[in-house]
Design a protein around this ligand. Structure first.
Ligand SMILES: C[S@@+](CC[C@H](N)C(=O)[O-])C[C@H]1O[C@@H](n2cnc3c(N)ncnc32)[C@H](O)[C@@H]1O
Length: 237
């Protein structure tokens, strides 16, 4: 009996701790992407983190989506909108992008980017990607460096997949600890990446690929930057 109470008590405590952890992560993400150094100097941090390899990854990911004129694309955790550069030329003026981000500041940067380039077919939505409610609406979705940051990332992934039409394509770009066969360099690189992840409120230990394969078929993976950056593409099951 006492043992049973203890187990129930432990479960309640675990649930409470998990809730507390998620709440703390939301607070951190909000601070990071609205006020902190990476938010104010996003491009510099991006350049130092990826040495432009993210541009190659974005181009590759969008190419794998086989987008066509008129397609509707979901871009959750859009940040300042770097994915737009690759999506918009493929979908043309008849297509549409729905760009979702939790941070007001990031959306303001994305709006500015769209305005400067004269893109009028992007709708901006300030929302938690784990709470989106679209069903079978989009031809494709691209999420770049978002699932390692979004606190309820598994829920967000499920919602993103649900938002895409059956047999629609999804591309996930994200980061993880890099690997190189030079022990000292590898060690230093891992420390550097750990610091970058901390700065970006990202958890690069999340098993995103494994989770995505639950919902996607015909998956393809390509690595960039000593495996520190990957693209996973697939078709909704
Ligand atoms: C590392 S940035 C990536 C931005 C952009 N996709 C890019 O490739 O540069 C992570 C983005 O995720 C957004 N984000 C974090 N939590 C989110 C959530 N729950 N829902 C939607 N966006 C979120 C942040 O505001 C930030 O813009």
């Amino acid at each position: 009996m006492i043992e049973e109470y203890k187990i129930k008590g432990d479960m309640l405590l675990n649930k409470k701790t998990e809730k507390g952890k998620i709440k703390k992560e939301y607070k951190e993400v909000k601070e990071t992407y609205n006020r902190s150094f990476p938010a104010k100097h996003y491009n510099l941090v991006r350049f130092l983190s990826f040495w432009l390899q993210d541009e190659k990854a974005r181009a590759y990911a969008v190419q794998k989506l086989n987008l066509k004129s008129g397609d509707i694309v979901l871009n959750p955790a859009c940040g300042p909108g770097f994915d737009f550069d690759y999506i918009l030329p493929k979908i043309g003026v008849k297509g549409k992008v729905i760009a979702v981000d939790y941070s007001q500041h990031m959306l303001a940067l994305a709006r500015k980017r769209a305005r400067r380039r004269g893109w009028k077919n992007i709708t901006f939505v300030q929302a938690d990607a784990a709470k989106i409610l679209w069903k079978n609406k989009f031809d494709a979705a691209v999420i770049t460096l978002g699932l390692s940051v979004i606190p309820k990332w598994k829920t967000a992934l499920r919602k993103i997949v649900a938002a895409v039409k059956p047999k629609g394509k999804i591309a996930i770009i994200d980061g993880k600890s890099p690997n190189i066969h030079l022990p000292l360099f590898n060690f230093l690189l891992k420390i550097f990446c750990h610091e970058i992840c901390h700065l970006a409120s990202a958890d690069c230990t999340r098993k995103i690929i494994q989770e995505a394969r639950i919902y996607l078929q015909k998956t393809k993976r390509k690595d960039f930057l000593f495996q520190g950056l990957y693209v996973l593409t697939g078709v909704k099951k």
